[in-house]
Design a protein around this ligand. Structure first.
Ligand code: F7E
Length: 312
């Protein structure tokens, strides 16, 4: 049987690389699109480089001609396209809103336009990584966010994701393009970038295990609550939506914890394992307003019952 074909935009990132692992394990032939940079950032997919079912291509989602070149190269009538490319750090989006929009919003529009033209010749399916940040601080009466909850984005990142999410839907309804999106709540793993809070904290406690005299960990708003999922589970859900009719789904765990709770769990995890007793947790961290955001999303809790009902 012939391999199924997929393209992943943003293949060097956490979600893109875990999706690559999943699709290869399912027998796909995968094209991974990555930006050309002088020092390639391939750590997360190094183990897949020798795989004969994987081909790394150079393309930049902000440059439509590079997308056209990729689509022209793919000699297959049926392709699953996953867009995981984004400037994904919410705090940085306040510093670099233009770049955030170019990559996250305009980039997805470029992809949709390219797909619209190639859809005449090939059967193309699109998955867009939307974000729970699109909800901003809005919650339903039961303190959950779901597909019907009104979006009230409050960062440049969230507005860019919402623009792309809406365009994804418009191209489905206006042109019949086979698009779907996940409204994806926080995804974490050991491949998470070190400036996101879970990896920043786990890295600190990992180092503390070897050196109990480390300087304090500096954090921002530790009372924020998040709905964290292991990214391997999130990418599995992305793949499942791709196998189903086009529809947008919340991808979440439904479990909520504060940043403080997460840190406490890490502290307790290493406390009994170290040889030199640790200081009390309250002496190991400090609050640095540098890590506060101009606007904060204080609470996110996803209701994933629709995807559970439809796709199991
Ligand atoms: O922050 C607070 C921070 O940067 C989580 C992205 O994948 O998920 C992610 O966005 C919370 C926030 O992720 C620090 O203020 C406290 O309330 O790990 P984060 P995020 O902003 O929730 C969504 C769904 C996405 O779509 C995004 O792409 O932790 N926090 N102290 C801190 N956050 C960071 N980064 N660093 C701190 O020192």
């Amino acid at each position: 049987m012939e391999n199924k074909i997929a393209i992943i935009f943003g293949v060097t990132g956490q979600a893109g690389s875990l999706l690559l692992d999943l699709l290869l394990s399912k027998g796909y032939f995968v094209y991974g699109a990555a930006r050309r940079v002088s020092n390639p950032n391939l750590q997360r997919l190094q183990h897949n480089l020798p795989n004969k079912n994987f081909k790394l291509l150079s393309a930049d989602i902000t440059d439509t001609s590079s997308l056209v070149n990729i689509f022209a190269k793919i000699d297959s009538d049926e392709v699953e396209i996953y867009n995981c490319a984004a400037m994904s750090h919410v705090a940085i989006s306040f510093e670099q809103p233009g770049l955030t929009w170019d990559v996250t919003a305009k980039g997805h529009l470029n992809l949709l336009e390219t797909v619209r033209h190639f859809a005449k010749y090939k059967s193309l399916k699109v998955f867009f990584c939307g974000s729970s940040e699109m909800f901003g601080s809005n919650v339903d009466g039961d303190d959950f966010q779901r597909e019907t909850t009104t979006f009230t984005p409050n960062s440049p990142y969230a507005t860019a994701k919402l623009a792309a999410f809406n365009l994804n839907k418009i191209y489905r309804e206006a042109y019949g393009i086979n698009t779907r999106a996940g409204i994806i709540f926080n995804m974490e793993s050991s491949r998470r970038g070190e400036n996101f809070v879970t990896r920043k904290i786990t890295k600190y406690f990992g180092q503390l295990y070897n050196n109990p005299f480390l300087p304090k960990l500096s954090l921002g708003n530790i009372t924020a609550s998040r709905d964290w999922t292991h990214c391997s589970d999130s990418v599995k859900a992305m793949w499942m939506t791709m196998q189903a009719p086009p529809k947008d789904y919340v991808i979440a765990s439904g479990e909520v914890h504060t940043v403080y709770d997460f840190m406490k769990k890490c502290y307790e995890f290493i406390k009994d394992k170290v040889e030199i007793p640790l200081k009390p947790l309250e002496e190991l961290y400090e609050i640095d307003p540098l890590f506060y955001r101009p606007l904060e999303v204080q609470y996110l809790a996803g209701d994933a019952s629709l995807i559970k009902k439809d796709l199991g």
